[in-house]
Design a protein around this ligand. Structure first.
Ligand code: AR6
Length: 359
């Protein structure tokens, strides 16, 4: 199942287990630990007192008490001492051990805070990277649904360069879009294909080319309602039912065909797309399944389709890529740069407060 980034207070997340960034006594503290104990109530502390503490990189489990989850998994992150003291490996282990424990208790969904990224001083961007890498590595062989909960906006930053590049790309696309729109208006109003904005007249009266306006009107109507002549040899549908039987390849059919053409397995594709198995089975078993746009785009990314093929696949689901939408422009940016890592794209979408790719 997929990894999802969400902005929230972890004590409010409804799922099977939430993970606590605890200390080795497991007896509560500040930060997310304090918030979890406060929301869960005294029962949690009493159970924690029986656990005998926990070492950095390991994890222990308790009930969820008054929290909207069945379990709390307590893990102890590394304190940051400059990064050369095994911090990364210990942090990876926190995620791995917590996920293992969750699966061993039959959980299907788990929510993590950014362990060690607060009081323990792990640089936030690096803590985030370790979290995403450790979780996605685990998900290669697991069907868990994992939420990575980002509490404060300052925590989350993609690199300044990437942010700047995407922001510039969005600006360019908006300018292009608005220039196109202006050109289209000019074309309609003045009958010119394009006109430099600066030289566009403020008002130009419409002067018909022919003096006989009646003829012009009649020609326009004929053009607008022109009946396509029957092409010899090409079968024209007699009625609606017949037309419907001639439907083109559907989204589901195109997706399955492209998976085969790429020599991918279904599982490799839906995992790479950050799509859960159940949703993929629905798409597979229903040729007319209509996915959401983030789902359709996620598959295009997983299949590493170039832009034109991405547009084709989207069209099968009834969508288009628009330069009026930040979400679309950001995804297009990555496709055009040949970057098909869904988590990298989602990080950028998240940074720009957009919906994420996947189910
Ligand atoms: N929901 C989600 N994330 C939160 C919340 C919340 N309610 N509150 C804070 N965070 P920290 P650590 C984020 O300090 O660095 C405790 O005293 C926060 O923004 O809670 O592992 C323990 O007892 C940050 O990104 O944990 C330990 O002594 C992340 O959670 C020590 O702190 C982790 O920050 C553990 O330090």
């Amino acid at each position: 199942m997929p990894l999802k980034l969400i902005r929230n207070d972890i004590t409010k997340v409804t799922c099977d287990a939430i993970v606590n960034a605890a200390n080795s006594t497991l007896l509560g503290g500040g930060g997310v630990d304090g918030a979890i104990h406060k929301a869960a109530g005294r029962g949690l502390l009493l159970e924690c007192m029986k656990l005998g503490g926990c070492k950095p990189g390991q994890a222990k489990i308790t009930g969820g008490y008054r929290l909207p989850c069945k379990y709390v998994i307590h893990t102890v992150g590394p304190k940051w001492h400059g990064g050369k003291n095994g911090e990364k490996e210990t942090l990876r282990s926190c995620y791995r051990e917590s996920l293992r424990l969750a699966e061993a208790h039959g959980c299907e969904s788990v929510a993590f805070p950014l362990i060690s990224a607060g009081v323990y001083g792990y640089p936030k961007a690096q803590a985030f990277r370790v979290a995403v890498d450790a979780i996605t590595e685990y998900l290669v062989t697991s069907d868990l649904l994992v939420y990575l909960v980002i509490f404060d906006t300052a925590v989350y930053q993609i690199s300044e360069k990437l942010y700047g590049d995407i922001a510039a790309y969005i600006d360019d696309c908006y300018v292009e879009q608005h220039t196109d729109a202006q050109a289209e208006r000019n074309r309609r109003m003045y009958g010119v294909e394009s006109m430099p904005l600066a030289s566009a007249p403020t008002a130009v009266p419409f002067i018909p080319e022919k003096s006989n306006e009646g003829t012009l009107l009649a020609e326009s109507i004929t053009a607008a309602f022109q009946i396509t002549p029957e092409i010899p040899g090409e079968r024209q549908p007699d009625d609606l039912e017949q037309a419907l039987q001639q439907l083109d390849e559907s989204f589901s059919e195109m997706l399955l065909r492209k998976i085969d053409e790429k020599g991918m397995t279904d599982a490799a594709c839906y995992k790479k797309a950050n799509i859960d198995r159940k949703l993929f089975s629905k798409i597979r078993s229903n040729r007319l399944y209509k996915p959401s746009k983030p789902t359709a785009l996620a598959f295009a990314v997983a299949l590493e389709l170039p832009l034109e093929e991405t547009k084709d696949l989207l069209q099968k689901a009834g969508f288009a890529l628009s330069h009026s939408s930040k979400f679309d422009i950001i995804v297009e940016y990555f496709i055009c740069h040949g970057v098909y890592d869904i988590f990298e794209i989602n990080e950028a979408l998240f940074a720009f407060d957009q919906n994420l790719l996947g189910s």
